[in-house]
Design a protein around this ligand. Structure first.
Ligand SMILES: Nc1nc2c(ncn2[C@@H]2O[C@H](COP(=O)(O)OP(=O)(O)O)[C@@H](O)[C@H]2O)c(=O)[nH]1
Ligand SMILES: [Mg+2]
Length: 200
């Protein structure tokens, strides 16, 4: 994918503030601090298009980025960060669920997981949601650079087993080494070129 332009469009808490649904959208979801923003930046060859942080739990709105005037990348709020106040956490689920269940231009969701962690309830819930709304999921395991090659293979197999998929279905990624960047674009291409989902 040749990136000619990558621009922040808006931050939205809910549908009133989403941009007009004029472009196909690919959303990115994962636990706080998993490396979601870093992955998006790597995909579009920008260091700081999306703010990254070593302090988890900062991104609390849905952020839209216009790529080449052809595609919208959507950074969803991170889930599962324990230190966030309960009142804030309660708004996250609905924020994400509303987006997933109502956005007709949403073509797929990249679900980002840490290679060093077996997926938990948050991931299971998310995959079930996507299934229910017939939105394609693209599972990615990131921070691959944190493990040696043999450990990467072991971790990938264990994560695949937990998710009941084939290891090869999980895209191995690293924002540090850029491993997997082209593989993610390859997975997104047919989705971006497909048609809108059946959501209202
Ligand atoms: N080693 C390594 N660190 C990463 C990678 N991706 C993200 N990080 C680090 O993980 C932290 C959280 O990253 P960020 O992209 O802000 O996560 P987000 O909260 O999911 O958006 C930051 O300190 C990043 O530098 C990766 O692939 N490899
Ligand atoms: Mg982020």
């Amino acid at each position: 994918m040749i990136i000619k332009s990558a621009e922040f469009v808006t931050s939205a808490p809910g549908p009133e503030a989403y941009p007009p649904p004029n472009l196909p959208e690919i959303a990115f979801a994962g636990r706080s601090n998993v490396g979601k923003s870093s992955l998006i930046n790597t995909l579009v060859n920008r260091r700081r298009l999306v703010k990254t942080s070593s302090t988890p739990g900062r991104t609390q709105l849905i952020n839209f980025f216009n790529i080449n005037d052809r595609l919208m990348l959507v950074d969803l709020p991170g889930y599962g960060y324990a230190k966030v106040p309960e009142a804030v956490r309660r708004t996250w689920g609905p924020m994400i669920e509303t987006y997933l269940s109502t956005r007709a231009v949403l073509r797929g969701v990249v679900v980002i997981m840490d290679i060093r962690r077996i997926p938990g309830q948050g991931e299971t819930d998310l995959f079930n949601w996507l299934d229910r709304f017939r939105i394609p999921a693209v599972p990615v395991i990131t921070k691959a650079d944190k493990l040696s090659r043999p450990k990467q293979d072991k971790a990938r197999a264990a994560i695949a087993r937990k998710l009941a998929v084939e290891p090869a279905d999980l895209i191995l990624f690293s924002a540090k080494s850029r491993l997997g960047k082209e593989a993610v674009w390859e997975a997104l291409k047919p989705l971006a070129q497909g048609s809108d989902n059946g959501n209202p």
